[in-house]
Write a protein that binds this ligand. Structure first.
Ligand code: DAH
Length: 343
């Protein structure tokens, strides 16, 4: 039989063989049988040399075309068989319960902070931030608390040994870990003209020994509102609104006269609720606040004859402890999952 006449039946047989290969191993054998070095198709190509010279080009072209077809068919069948091999042998039971993925959670202090921030944002406050490594100008002096002021004694401050400080505008370069978020009041007012309406959640540091109610690092939220004609009534209404949002509609607050160097008059905020009563208390002290002292405005270049304002600061741990009935502040920092999972 002429070479050309042998090609078509060989091709058909090869294609049928490939289609019949039941798995990848069988397909490999089929491949060897037809197009491998000893394969039938390869054998056909070897006969090419025996053809008369003028018939060779046409026959060679034909053989190459068929070889291409066979390779394409081989690859297609291989893909089919690979897919088949990858599918599960047993049918999937879609009625089985799924595997639950363990999701992380936010730390209770973060949750409380987020809630407080959300409440203040509703009434137009924005979040501001400042450095935890502060200088004593922003932490004390600018807040009307000079070095010899007795109020500094109540803040047991961590001072940093390295006193080099790169900020050019800093008048006093003693570096420390901020003892309160009030320093950010100064940082913000230095940078922007009034009006100001900010809250500042952040970490603060004090040289306290850890016990059930103290920890050397804890968190505060500072608030500052500066505008024309701001009153202590605005302050009280704002604090009341936020605490009701946080702790429930039955919350009552009261202001007691107090002293802070950066506010005048100054108050301590007490609050009560069914929860507080359950703890056997009438009132709980929760925050400090007051009307911004004119000396502070002068320091940052705001005209105290034009601008008025109030500020407050409270501890986030304190609120979280009340809210969740936690009796030891240290639990927040131990990262014990048995504790954290409860919130
Ligand atoms: N900085 C005070 C503290 O750490 C809290 C405070 C009191 C903040 C009165 C204020 C304020 O902004 O006006 O105890």
């Amino acid at each position: 039989m002429a070479l050309a006449d042998q090609i078509e039946p060989l091709k058909q047989a090869a294609l049928a063989d490939m289609a019949a290969a039941a798995d990848l191993a069988a397909l490999e054998q089929t491949k060897g049988k037809w197009v491998g070095p000893q394969g039938q198709f390869t054998g056909l190509m070897k006969q090419l040399g025996a053809l008369p010279r003028e018939e060779r080009p046409a026959a060679g072209k034909l053989i190459n075309a068929v070889k291409g077809e066979l390779e394409t068919a081989l690859a297609a069948r291989r893909a089919e068989l690979e897919l088949q091999a990858a599918l599960p042998k047993e049918p999937t039971d879609f009625t089985l319960p799924g595997r639950r993925r363990t999701l992380g959670k936010l730390h209770p202090l973060t949750q409380v902070t987020d809630d407080i921030v959300r409440s203040f944002r509703k009434i137009g406050f924005v979040v501001a931030d400042g450095p935890e490594i502060e200088d004593d100008y922003h932490c004390f002096d600018a807040l009307n608390t000079p070095a010899d002021h007795p109020a500094r004694d109540t803040h047991d401050t961590f001072y940093l040994q390295d006193q080099s400080h790169s900020e050019p505008e800093t008048r006093n370069s003693q570096l420390l870990l901020r003892t309160h978020t009030s320093s950010v009041q100064i940082r913000v007012m230095e940078k922007q003209p009034p009006p100001v309406r900010i809250i500042v959640p952040g970490r603060v540091y004090r040289r306290d020994n850890a016990d059930a109610t103290h920890n050397p690092t804890f968190h505060q939220i500072e608030g500052l509102y500066v505008d024309k004609g701001v009153t202590a009534g605005d302050l009280k209404g704002t604090v009341e609104f936020v605490f009701r949002e946080l702790m429930g509609a039955d919350v009552k607050i009261r202001f007691r006269p107090h002293y802070f160097s950066y506010t005048e008059p100054s108050f301590e905020i007490d609050f009560t609720s069914a929860l507080v009563k359950k703890l056997g208390k009438d009132w709980l002290e929760i925050a400090g606040c007051g009307m911004v002292h004119p000396a502070v405005f002068e320091t940052v270049g705001y005209d105290p004859e034009v601008w008025t304002g109030w500020a407050f600061g409270f501890g986030i741990e304190r609120i979280a402890m009340l809210r969740y009935g936690i009796n030891d502040i240290r639990l927040f920092y131990e990262n014990d999952l048995r504790f954290l999972r409860q919130f």
